[in-house]
Design a protein around this ligand. Structure first.
Ligand code: SF4
Length: 282
């Protein structure tokens, strides 16, 4: 069924595409007065697509994949929103002493014609940051959301890890993010890999994985080094049909992670990790 819907999606997604998937009852449960208002905001990344519980799951799967791709490349996203944020953060970076901040965030600092530049790893690839821009050393263009995420990491500096791993629910003021992490990341990965953990080894290669955690009671555990001072640990439990146990995934963070990134940025990192893990599986 999902494939049938995939074939119907051609070109750029618009609010009308999403509106057609809603029941058009204007029930308001998503927080918007009408289904059209919800669709309009979700397509421009201003509302969570999961806020409507009445979307046909078969139709939603290919829609969500294409919409995520659209958002990552900045298509359809309200440009003025992220451009303002980028401009503000670029301004803040220009006030930063890049050489001074480098050790704290695990970056190396290089002399360049117009001053200093930072270089560090992001999902296993090198990124180069100057006071004017951020680019990947491979030449691949980073999308605006990734740049905002990286600016936040540099400007706020990083906290030393405590070495204690905790779930999102143990981080302060995280109530509103727990459901998003579960829906957008943990449940999707459990569904994709829970019944076939072998697929994981291919999916994780090249993603800056740092350690295979040796934990009791877990079928598979790995730490992904998203940034030099940000490792996200992901635990998998495979499904057990005989025991009636569904596969599960749990993300863990260092208990001091909010000294390095705010909750929004942390959730963004989890979503990016999820997308990268799911990419080869599609
Ligand atoms: S929850 Fe769904 S059905 Fe209800 S108003 Fe929002 S989009 Fe429409």
């Amino acid at each position: 069924m999902a494939d049938e819907w995939r074939e119907k999606l051609t070109g750029k997604l618009t609010p009308i595409h999403l509106y057609k998937l809603t029941p058009k009852t204007n029930c308001g449960e998503c927080g918007f007065l009408t289904c059209l208002a919800f669709a309009t905001q979700a397509v421009v990344a201003q509302a969570d697509i999961d806020a409507c519980a009445y979307l046909d799951p078969d139709a939603l799967k290919p829609f969500r994949e294409q919409l995520d791709e659209q958002h990552r490349s900045g298509i359809g996203v309200r440009r003025e929103g992220f451009e303002k944020a980028l401009e503000y953060l670029r301004g803040r970076l220009q006030q930063c002493d890049l050489r001074g901040v480098a050790p704290s965030i695990g970056a190396s600092c290089m002399e360049q014609n117009q001053g200093h530049a930072l270089e560090f790893e992001y999902f296993g690839e090198r990124v180069i940051v100057t006071k004017e821009d951020i680019r990947s050393s491979s030449g691949e263009e980073l999308n605006p959301w990734e740049k905002i995420f990286l600016y936040n990491y540099i400007i706020d500096g990083a906290a030393n890890p405590s070495g204690t791993w905790v779930g999102m629910e143990s981080l302060p003021n995280s109530v509103s993010k727990i459901k998003s992490l579960k829906t957008h990341c943990e449940n999707r990965l459990a569904k994709e890999f829970g019944g076939n953990l072998q697929k994981l080894s291919e999916a994780i290669s090249g993603l800056g994985q740092e350690i295979t955690a040796d934990l009791d009671q877990v079928d598979f555990a790995v730490g992904f080094k998203v940034l030099p001072k940000l490792t996200i640990r992901v635990l998998w439990w495979a499904e057990d049909l005989e025991e009636g146990f569904d596969s599960q995934v749990k993300f863990l963070f260092d208990s001091k992670v909010l000294g390095t990134l705010d909750l929004e940025s942390l959730l963004f990192a989890c979503e990016q990790l999820t997308e990268r893990l799911l990419k080869p599986a599609r």
